[in-house]
Design a protein around this ligand. Structure first.
Ligand SMILES: *Cc1c(COP(=O)(O)O)cnc(C)c1O
Length: 414
């Protein structure tokens, strides 16, 4: 079921027409559907059935407090990659005992904050990090629960910038080193081995690489069990793709069933860290057409959203469907949809057939994930407002930034 869909010739989020959102809150704005977010979480949750599991939403996909809070209320855990995300998740009411901490560059302060909050598990990505974590845990008189992020050396067959499970990537520890590091962690004071973790990439549209990684991780798990190193959970990361256009990624159900089958009879809790597949299709970027510009070679729709709001097209050559909020009487033409920023890379879509007029509203679809969370203030542009639609209600969950706030922390020379 789609919670962002047409009704009476106009795109709605749940029961709210997007033109009403624009009237009340202006553009550009991110608009999310609470029901869509909830349904995406529950698809994963239901797929596990009775199997012990924990879904750790990857906060970096969209870390708005209200989004985190909705998920926390549904029982979600969280995968975090910085001390900043730790603070956000706690501020949003997330349970620290459902937080896993990933990332290759955790600082002293971040490890301390994680230990102080008594998080569920650190997903350790190197020998040096293990050494640092042990020292800090000893210093604080704590025990750090750890899992090693292993790099299964599989090709996720996605964009190279979001492929993370190849030998040459910076992430995780190689399989060859994993066993000896586990032995070390197992014997170390102040460390408690809890799990194994992997995450091979993002926007994966095939099951095969995920299945291959899962098989390799379970092989390692069996080796560890044979050595008397007991493992309580296995974390298969995130990465399941969504439909931006013509993709047909596996469903949450297919992904989870594959994991449950791979784990088989081993009595373990299964963890996953989905981000994009929970929030990506639960939101859109609402923008208004400022100008139509007919150039010698190309036509342009100049909109009030830009690469600072949505950098995926510029960063990953990513495709987002762009459509008018209302069907228009204008004649259609082929346009590049561009923002006001002084960069040729500032486009939201290229060569799109659209029937639009100046002043019309457009929706950039599938903009719930890696959009607002990657936004910037380039060109001294205020970040967009964020709204959650819940049935008939519109909730402003982040107001549009004021320009003054953008330079409030800057000072002139004496
Ligand atoms: C980014 C990330 C995720 C989430 O990936 P999605 O593709 O958004 O599901 C999960 N785990 C780790 C370690 C990550 O870095």
């Amino acid at each position: 079921m789609s919670f962002i869909a047409d009704r009476d010739n106009e795109l709605h989020a749940e029961n709210v027409a997007l033109s009403r959102v624009a009237e009340k809150f202006g553009t550009p704005s991110f608009v999310y559907s609470r029901a869509a977010l909830t349904a995406a979480f529950e698809d994963y949750d239901k797929a596990f059935g009775d199997h012990p599991h924990l879904i750790c939403y990857a906060a970096k996909a969209n870390s708005n407090l209200a989004i985190l809070n909705v998920l926390a209320q549904l029982g979600s855990g969280f995968d975090i990659v910085s001390g900043g995300e730790l603070k956000r998740v706690l501020a949003a009411g997330g349970d620290p005992r459902k937080i896993v901490f990933s990332g290759v560059g955790k600082s002293e302060a971040e490890l301390r904050d994680g230990l102080a909050a008594d998080i569920l598990c650190f997903n350790v990505e190197s020998e040096s990090e293990l050494t640092r974590l042990q020292r800090i845990a000893a210093d604080m008189g704590r025990t750090a629960r750890v899992s090693l992020r292993v790099n299964p050396d599989v090709d996720a067959r996605t964009h190279p910038y979001i492929s993370t499970g190849l030998r040459q990537n910076k992430f995780g520890v190689g399989f060859a080193d994993a066993l000896s590091l586990y032995r070390r962690a197992h014997q170390a004071s102040n460390l408690e081995v809890r799990g194994i973790d992997c995450h091979i990439g993002s926007q994966l549209t095939e099951l095969a690489p995920l299945a291959e990684a899962a098989r390799k991780v379970v092989e390692l798990l069996d080796q560890l069990t044979d050595e008397g190193i007991s493992i309580e959970h296995v974390d298969f990361g995130g990465g399941l793709g969504i439909r931006y256009g013509e993709e047909s990624p596996p469903s949450a159900d297919e992904f989870v069933r594959m994991l449950v089958d791979t784990v088989g009879q081993r009595s373990l809790s299964i963890q996953i860290e989905p981000g994009r597949s929970i929030v990506g299709n639960a939101g859109i970027l609402l923008t208004r057409v400022e100008y139509l510009k007919h150039g010698e070679e190309k036509n342009f729709v100049v909109v009030d959203a830009a690469m600072n709001d949505l950098m995926r097209p510029a960063l990953y050559q990513a495709h987002h469907t762009i459509r008018p909020v209302r069907t228009s009487a204008a004649t259609s033409a082929t346009y590049d949809v561009v923002g006001p920023i002084c960069e040729t890379g500032d486009f939201l879509g290229q060569a799109r057939t659209l029937a639009v007029q100046e002043g019309d509203l457009l929706a950039v679809m599938s903009a719930g994930a890696y959009a607002m969370s990657m936004s910037s203030n380039y060109n001294t542009r205020s970040r967009a407002a964020e709204l959650i639609i819940d049935a008939d209600a519109m909730h402003l969950v982040r107001k549009r930034e004021s320009v003054e706030a953008l330079y409030a922390d800057e000072t002139l020379l004496p």
